[in-house]
Design a protein around this ligand. Structure first.
Ligand SMILES: [Zn+2]
Length: 461
């Protein structure tokens, strides 16, 4: 075909040994009269750092002509060509993208998988289809336009459906074909992605070493490179001169955000209570520590961020702190204070106006913010929980709806979302689903269309 290469003739001549060598990864001169020309450093502004890896998920239609990646136009096919999508799995595609990124990691090159916005210059590496998709003979793994210089907005091809699951071979084919578009020749070195040779490391990297060009044997290079002339090529130096080194990653200085979701601030809790937290980070949360009264209780390395307080944390006030870290060791702490009430079996076991709820004493209806007192939001309640029916708002506390006697006398355990809460006047006779006289004189239906709704808890720091 037009632009037939040394590579193909070499394969023919050395057919006896071709089977031990890798499949051809071709290059195609945009203007073969430039063979042997001086490789020219392009004007920096014309060099795009973007490689768009396109797996043609909905098929690619490529028209023939001068290379223009945004317009899906390529100098490779002689007629409009349809390239079917990559047939490997999504996981294999992700591995391949990661491998190409790793191959270019040393350089200021961005490998993306979404088409850049209009007006952007980029190289499009089509990674899909077969050589027949663009009118080439079988056996070829890839092809790229080639000139002794940088081809802006070039379109290269890696015929991934020939070997869709061979991530290593596909990876260095993508690397080789993209670099052909920048004027890199084949290198006679099986450590370098520009190689035709099998063997060498599975993960090939652009070698920072001048060496012979060539496919299955050393030969003169097809371009005259600065520093090495036509007798050798340094892949790494050429790519570095085009793109420069990779930009150092911006240091992460943003700490995680910590919100203790349970218990609520100033809640009365029982011994062995659960502590749960929502923790987010702009990168990732590395670990979180629970401290109670300054003593380290536990360290979690992954979500869900939850702990049980030791039984040794007894009656009285306690400070709960959840301290989260990201990988850069930025940290943040969420704090709430709670009270463990006295253990009780009935209201008579509790001090003053406290009442007995699920075996511990909590503030009762005669105390400010106590159980069953009117409220407008969670912060007004000792329990940290204000619930509403359609007509009333009361401070509530958690109870077990399966246990008829888990609330103090004068209260019943009603469903509020997935949990039960003690609600004034709505229980005490052990029945459910009946009508009961509420504490405010109204009638509250239990289990018949009535459910208390907890106010959403406000963020606490
Ligand atoms: Zn090649």
């Amino acid at each position: 075909m037009k632009g037939t290469l040394a590579a193909i003739s070499a394969l023919t001549t050395l057919g006896m040994v071709a089977s031990v060598n890798a499949a051809p990864r071709e290059l195609k001169w945009t203007d073969e009269s430039l063979r042997g020309a001086i490789w020219e450093q392009p004007v920096a502004a014309t060099v795009s750092p973007i490689i768009y890896m396109n797996n043609c998920s909905t098929g690619c239609t490529i028209t023939p002509g001068s290379n223009n990646a945004p317009m899906n136009r390529s100098s490779i096919p002689n007629q409009t060509s349809n390239v079917p999508k990559y047939t490997g799995s999504a996981a294999q595609w992700n591995q391949l993208v990661a491998c190409v990124r790793a191959t270019y990691a040393a350089y200021n090159v961005q490998v993306v998988t979404d088409r850049p916005p209009a007006g952007t210059n980029y190289h499009m590496a089509i990674v899909a289809g077969t050589p027949q998709s663009v009118g080439m003979q079988s056996g070829v793994l890839g092809v790229s336009p080639f000139s002794c210089g940088y081809i802006a907005n070039s379109v290269s091809f890696t015929f991934a459906n020939v070997i869709p699951s061979n991530i290593s071979e596909l990876c260095w084919t993508v690397a080789q074909e993209t670099a052909h578009s920048w004027g890199l020749d084949h290198k006679y070195d099986n450590r370098d992605p520009m190689t035709y040779l099998s063997g060498g490391p599975a993960m090939k990297t652009f070698q920072n070493q001048a060496g012979s060009c060539g496919e299955y044997s050393a030969r003169q290079c097809q371009c005259t490179y600065a520093g090495t002339g036509a007798s050798a090529m340094n892949s790494h130096a050429l790519i570095m001169s085009l793109f420069g080194p990779s930009m150092p990653a911006t240091p992460d200085t943003m700490p995680p955000a910590v919100s203790i979701t349970s218990p609520a601030a100033n809640a009365t809790v029982v011994a062995g209570f659960e502590v749960t937290a929502n923790i987010t980070d702009n990168v990732a949360v590395a670990k979180a520590e629970l401290r109670i009264d300054g003593n380290l209780v536990g360290t979690d390395m992954a979500a869900p961020w939850s702990w049980s307080a030791p039984a040794s944390v007894g009656q009285g006030s306690h400070r709960i702190e959840v301290k989260a870290y990201d990988a850069a060791n930025n940290s943040a702490t969420g704090t709430v204070d709670v009270v463990i009430g006295f253990v009780c079996t009935g209201d008579g076991d509790c001090m003053g106006s406290e009442v007995c709820l699920s075996g511990h004493c909590v503030a009762g209806p005669d105390m400010p913010g106590g159980l069953g007192t009117p409220c407008a939001d969670n912060g007004e309640c000792t329990s940290g929980q204000c619930a509403t029916s359609e007509t009333d708002n009361y401070c509530v506390d958690s109870c077990d709806p399966a246990k008829a006697d888990s609330c103090p006398s004068g209260f019943g355990c009603v469903l509020a979302g997935n949990t039960g809460v003690c609600w004034p006047g709505s229980g005490g006779d052990g029945s459910s689903g009946g009508c009961n006289t509420g504490g405010d004189g109204g009638t509250v239906l239990v289990g018949l269309g009535f459910a208390a709704v907890l106010f959403s808890r406000r963020r606490r720091r």
